[in-house]
Write a protein that binds this ligand. Structure first.
Ligand code: 6PG
Length: 239
């Protein structure tokens, strides 16, 4: 596993640079790419840039979008990760509806986790018995969670399932999340982390401190793929 830490002056420059990386994956000659998107506020800028700068320069018909996690809410709920992506990216590009693999947050959670696992299996190639994403984009919570794998349900890192139901430790909101083994089976995994509030957790995780090994995000170590940390100066300020 190769790990790259890339630091950028501002969130906007970070998003511009990562957009180039995503476009490279999306336009990889002659193949369909399966990309798992992250929720949260950090990637919104990335999706806006993709929607404004790359709407016509990428054949989005070669891209299948999935989500690394979703809140168990309807797509028009302000909390919906899909809804955020729809507003910032999907409504601004030409992409077949069949290429957009939404987690149906309005469904009963356990049944949806099983259904989405099957959908992922149907559309991705497999390796070592697990689906392979070409790119998984992740955020990082101040508690060290990523996707919806929180410290309180870190067993999901080792789950045999492709997707599981998780519960936000403060709001108890149900989530559907990719599991750790699936994330670690990806060709590329990229954390996008910005803001001074994340500086402490970034330091703990990237400085390999003893305490840093206990966070879910610390256990994201692709078995064969590449790992990148895209940080702005504020998030990297304690490194
Ligand atoms: C979600 C994300 C979650 C997020 C982190 C960071 O659904 O909220 O998957 O893992 O990436 O909580 O969120 P921010 O980017 O908003 O800080």
């Amino acid at each position: 596993m190769k790990r790259a830490v890339k630091i950028f002056d501002t969130p906007y420059i970070l998003a511009e640079k990562f957009a180039e990386e995503l476009v490279n994956v999306a336009t990889d000659a002659g193949k369909t790419s399966c990309i798992a998107l992250s929720g949260g506020s950090t990637p919104e800028l990335l999706y806006s840039i993709l929607g404004s700068h790359y709407s016509n320069s990428v054949d989005w018909a070669n891209v299948h979008f999935f989500w690394g996690d979703e809140r168990c809410v309807p797509p028009d709920d302000p909390e919906s990760n899909f809804g955020m992506t729809q507003r910032t990216l999907l409504k601004r590009i030409v992409i077949p509806d069949s290429n957009i693999h939404r987690i149906l947050g309005e469904n009963e959670p356990a049944g949806e986790a099983a259904r989405y696992s099957r959908e992922i299996e149907d559309f991705t190639v497999g390796r070592d018995g697990l689906p392979v994403f070409d790119l998984v984009i992740l955020g990082l919570g101040e508690d060290g969670h990523t996707a919806s794998i929180f410290p309180s349900n870190s067993e999901l890192l080792d789950s045999e399932s492709i997707c599981e139901v998780a519960s936000h430790p403060v709001t108890f909101q149900n989530r559907i999340t990719l599991t750790g083994r699936v994330i670690n089976n990806a060709e590329r995994v990229a954390f996008l982390v910005t803001g001074s509030k994340k500086a402490g957790i970034v330091k703990k995780i990237l400085n390999n401190s003893i305490s840093g090994n206990n966070f879910p995000a610390s256990r994201i170590v692709p078995t064969k793929g590449e790992l990148s940390w895209y940080l702005d100066r504020e998030a990297a300020s304690l490194l």
